[in-house]
Ligand binder design. Structure first.
Ligand code: AMP
Length: 299
């Protein structure tokens, strides 16, 4: 078992009603890796500048993430600055400074290419396709994207979607990608583009899984305190793909349990800033959250 993830490694400045954190560890690949590493062996591919603190790399490595695919380039690390509305229903990107991420050209270490599972976090769809081509023969390719690529690079995105098995996107992105408001019809349209399995992430409302004729839904865990939702979607994908890689199955029961691991992982993430909540959660804590989820939906 092993799982390669390609995506942003960032320094984030985040403002929420619960406070502000400046230039803390973020980026889709980091949230994904830390969640998945609790369940399987994870290898990260990304780029940082010479301002990226050594301690962040050590934090990821101490969680068991293989950092051999992290490139260090002269220049600044990708910096994102976001501010959430008081009720967390929306967020504003105040700055997206690409730095060395602008010239990112993923180059997978040879030892990464035989991995059985690949996750393409939100980067240019042409880079996502290029990474697919560098892999030997992954059994499961997962993918994320965002409105910027759906609107700006539809042809490249269509090529990438024809290569992936599982797409994880949020409800607004699903509507934009398919041109359908109804999520069931949106899912049918998206699956006709390539992915056999689709997860539509719905924030505090949980997630919807579509796979063949099957539909499965789980709510998010109701939480007393939300501090910082940044990276919740990437964390969800880390929990789900981490589980699928660990069991080496992509059938209905594995996919459903994968959704539950994704929701459990995201519940740790949103209750703290940056990666603090995830880093404090061990496998036992994951299993306790899984138990709470089962209890939540049992009737
Ligand atoms: P999410 O909350 O799931 O959208 O993920 C937020 C994370 O994505 C933050 O840690 C950011 O550093 C990172 N991020 C923000 N904008 C981009 C972008 N354009 N490309 C890649 N990663 C980004």
């Amino acid at each position: 078992m092993s799982l390669v993830v390609v995506g942003s490694v960032a320094l984030d400045t985040v403002e929420t009603v619960m406070g502000t954190r400046e230039r803390v560890l973020g980026g889709a690949a980091c949230f994904f890796s830390v969640a998945a590493a609790e369940l399987t062996d994870v290898k990260l591919v990304g780029v940082v500048g010479d301002d990226f603190p050594e301690e962040h790399e050590q934090t990821l490595a101490s969680r068991g993430v293989d950092m051999a695919g992290l490139q260090r380039s002269p220049g600044r690390t990708f910096h994102w600055h976001g501010r959430y509305s008081e009720d967390y229903s929306s967020r504003e990107s105040l700055a997206t400074e690409l730095g060395v991420f602008a010239g990112f050209s993923p180059d997978l270490p040879v030892a990464f290419r035989a991995a059985r599972t690949l996750f393409l976090a939100n980067i240019h769809p042409e880079l996502q396709a290029d990474v697919c081509r560098q892999m030997d023969d992954p059994r499961l390719i997962g993918c994320d994207t965002m409105d910027f690529w759906i609107n700006g690079e539809p042809k490249a995105l269509a090529r990438t979607l024809s290569m992936v098995h599982l797409l994880t996107i949020n409800d607004e992105e699903a509507r934009l990608l398919s041109g359908e408001h109804n999520l069931v019809r949106a899912a049918q349209g998206i699956m006709a583009m390539g992915p056999r399995h689709l997860v539509i992430k719905r924030g505090e409302h949980g997630a919807l899984l579509f796979s063949g004729d099957e539909v499965f839904a789980l709510p998010a865990l109701p939480l007393e305190t939300v501090v910082d939702p940044t990276g919740a979607g990437d964390t969800f994908a880390g929990g789900m793909l981490g589980w699928l890689d660990s069991v080496q199955e992509v059938d209905g029961p594995a996919l459903r349990r994968g959704v539950a691991y994704g929701i459990a992982a995201a519940s740790f993430n949103v209750a703290h800033f940056s990666l603090e909540g995830l880093l404090a959660a061990d496998r036992e804590a994951f299993e306790r959250r899984m138990e709470r989820l089962r209890e939540l939906v049992r009737f």
